[in-house]
Design a protein around this ligand. Sequence first.
Ligand code: ADP
Length: 786
Amino acid sequence: MKINKIIFVYLLVLFFFCISKSYSQFLIRDNQDFTFSSLHKNAKILDVDDQQLTINQVLKISDDKFKTLPNDNTDLGFTTSNYWLHFKIKNETNDDLQYYIETSRPIVDVAEFYQIKSNGVIEKQVSGDIIPFHKRCFQQRKTIFKLNIHPLETGNYYIHLKSDGEVINAAVILRSPENLVSITSFEQIIFGFFYGIVLIASILYIFFFYAMKERVFLYYSLYVIFIGLLQFSIDGYFHQLVTPNGGWFSQHSVLIFAMIAGSLLGKYGEVFLKIKQYNSVIYILFNVVYALAIVVIVIIFFVPSLFAYCYPLANILGLIILILIISSVIYLYYDKKPVDVFFSIGVVFLILGFGIFILNNFGKVPNNFITQNSSKLGTGLEIIFLSLSMGNLIKKLKEDRESLQTLALEKSEEMNEMKSYFLSNISHELRTPLNTIMNFIDSINGETDSKTIQEKCEVIKSSSNSLLSSVNDILDFSKIEKDEIKLEVFEFNAHKLFNEVYSNILIRAQNKGLDFQYVQSPNLPKFLIGDENRIRQILMNLLYNSLKFTNEGIVKFKVDCEIVDDLVKMTFIISDSGEGIAKEKMNSIFDSFSQQSINNKRKYGGLGLGLYIVKALVNLHGGKINIESILNQGTICTINLDLKKVDEKLIAKILEPSDYDLKGKRILVVEDNAMNQIVLKMIIKKWLNTEVDFANNGEEGLESLKNSKYDIILMDLQMPIMDGYEATIEIRKGNSGINDKNIPIIAVTADVMESTKIKVIELGMNHYMSKPIEKTELFNAILNLV
Ligand code: ADP
């Protein structure tokens, strides 16, 4: 029994001895189909803190001091200590074997591998990102060493690992060459996919930023770039490809990129979710985190003594940013604010990815392929989902812009309508008193013999004319802009027109002390067909400019013509010896509101609309205008217009009436303005055999029609109680008496908008005349209709 006990104890000791032997030594046998294996069960580890030991010193340390490794990728946490790993491999085959040992993460600072040969020779290999990449014994982004064992030999190995505060994972993985190749190509596919997504997303969203000028795209694109750079560093590619000589940046890149990427993620999430608008507390917290990230970056650059603290701090800040984004999403859901569902899914992947990665850094989750690459997987999926959410954002922005555009269009149409209404109103308000002033002045001028009063009348008339011309310019400008301007082509007395222009300019030229020459072609027919008023407007505008910009010398006006069949090809040349136009200004003189300079404007006044209107009117005639000018020498303006000759038979008809006789006709004037009534009375009372009655508004007009017989109505448009439009409708319906249903009606109005002219004709009025009323024009119009 005693012997049995002894044998049992002996066997037990032998068993444990065998176990402990096999625990520290990995066996490779002949029949093993071996590709890779973790040696953590066979390896032991020693933490020597900050002691910089040589291999010979380590060899002297007893094996008892080493501790076992609990798992295949033992997490040593954030550390600056020196670690020594020790393991043995026995080759029980008859072959010379070659394997690879993979240890730690690619970004470990110092990784040294020692093979202690049976003859006592020590072979050393180095890796880590503190040394230039080409000095790595095995040139791979990961920390890998070559290992060979002779037949039936036991290899004795040590690995030294050291970091500057970053996490160290004490892995000891033995890989066959085939396994190394296959794992590397598998990783390349995964990494290619990941970095491809990163590259495409970052470029795409930079383009979106340029196109849409929304800063959320910029933050997102920059975040993707920096998260890509962070992964690039963690994977060891940054050291291999960007900083192959190692050094400061190679060592600090992970932290710098992590801090920038984290802050950009926060900024992107915060802007995307519009947190500033919805919750000021979370917004302030975001800003505190950015400030802390800046502090960390400052420490990295300027306070090396605190550097080791930066790794855990960076991870904590990363976690806080994630927590803030989650809090924002939860808050918005809770507050029933819109949150894009793809954004929420993207954030979930990000949290899973980085959450696991950070927890892994703190050694709180087991180490495996998923936990090691969780940040990459999470980031990849997160980028895909955030890109989908950005797609939704683009759709929303597009919709917003479209509805803004529609709104702007509606607004601009409204504004346009208001502008037309305003202009028509202004024109009415200014023209009505102008009509009174001008007709009164004419009348006073005709009735007085006093020279001084006549001179004063001339001054008032000339001022009224220039006011009227400014009002006309503004109205014409708005008509040209709306493409509403039309020519009113009738037969007119060309000689009379050019003489009027000549005498008008002559007085002004003389007043300014300028010479004025007028030359008229002897071939010029007396009557032509065209828009007399518009031709006058063109010539007056150009001549006024010549007078305005000439302080001494001469202004010439030449009217030439060539008759080809029934066409009269007119050439007007207006030249002056004035200040001329600078070359660089020539291109823009026909633009609206164009003037040579601000000084010019102050000196000469004017709206800068004259040439713009002239050009539009010449174009409307199908004519040509050319201006040549030399600074300080003068300007020549040439206009070519094709007008028509008047048929001989028609000439008699258009001659000015020798006497104003309406042969017993009765006129009803419907007009609310007392002054206008007086003006019309003054004009009509001089006509022979003509009776005129007045009504103060449409309603009174209808009454008058019921009570008396009239031959024609002069109808104002804007009136109280019943306006001219309503009155016309009533008359045409026969509501003022069936006999008056077709009575000729002439609209006499200060409103010169094209739309008004069209409207009055549509309502059934027979003619339209604008104030100020010209007596001959009014007489001829009435004569034509009665
Ligand atoms: P405005 O005369 O109201 O300023 P215009 O459209 O008629 O506007 O003319 C535009 C500009 O062209 C003027 O301000 C002036 O600088 C230049 N200009 C036009 N005609 C002459 C001219 N005969 N001599 C010199 N400058 C001229």
